[in-house]
Design a protein around this ligand. Structure first.
Ligand code: THU
Length: 131
């Protein structure tokens, strides 16, 4: 597991806006130029408008001008004692905005982790090639 990414994600957990779920999630995105961009979940009184940590990190990277081929990997962590994996909406967005072979690391509060490839999270995914 990449310690720099893990440290960045843990430090950003406090910024999660989790008024409704009290379930902070943090993601650290590593770019090939070494930059690390963090994202947290940002909730809303209209619950469905919540933006997950993974999408916040990816959208921030794209807003700064980075694109798919600039992305190395992503790490996701929470305060839970079990691994939390990206939700379906995030998997769809990750499939489009990150390379298929980008590594996705899930880390629990004790530092236990699991690493998978982006494409493994969304078998038979719908992509722009289907359009
Ligand atoms: N959440 C994330 O930010 N990322 C995930 O991978 C799973 C779920 C957030 C959404 C919501 O703010 C809270 O966790 C509870 O569902």
């Amino acid at each position: 597991m990449d310690k720099t990414m893990h440290d960045a994600a843990k430090a950003a957990l406090k910024n999660a806006y989790v008024t409704y779920s009290n379930f902070p999630v943090s993601a650290a995105l590593k770019l090939k130029d070494g930059t690390i961009i963090t994202g947290v979940n940002i909730e809303n009184a209209s619950y469905g408008l919540t933006n997950c940590a993974e999408r916040t990190a990816l959208f921030t990277a794209y807003a700064r001008g980075y694109r798919k081929d600039d992305i190395d990997s992503i790490l996701v962590t929470t305060k839970q004692n079990h691994l939390v994996s990206p939700c379906g909406a995030c998997r769809q967005v990750m499939r489009e905005l990150m390379p298929e072979d980008a590594l996705v690391t899930m880390v629990d509060a004790s530092g236990n982790h699991k690493i998978v490839k982006n494409a493994e999270l969304l078998p038979l995914g719908f992509t722009k090639d289907d359009l």
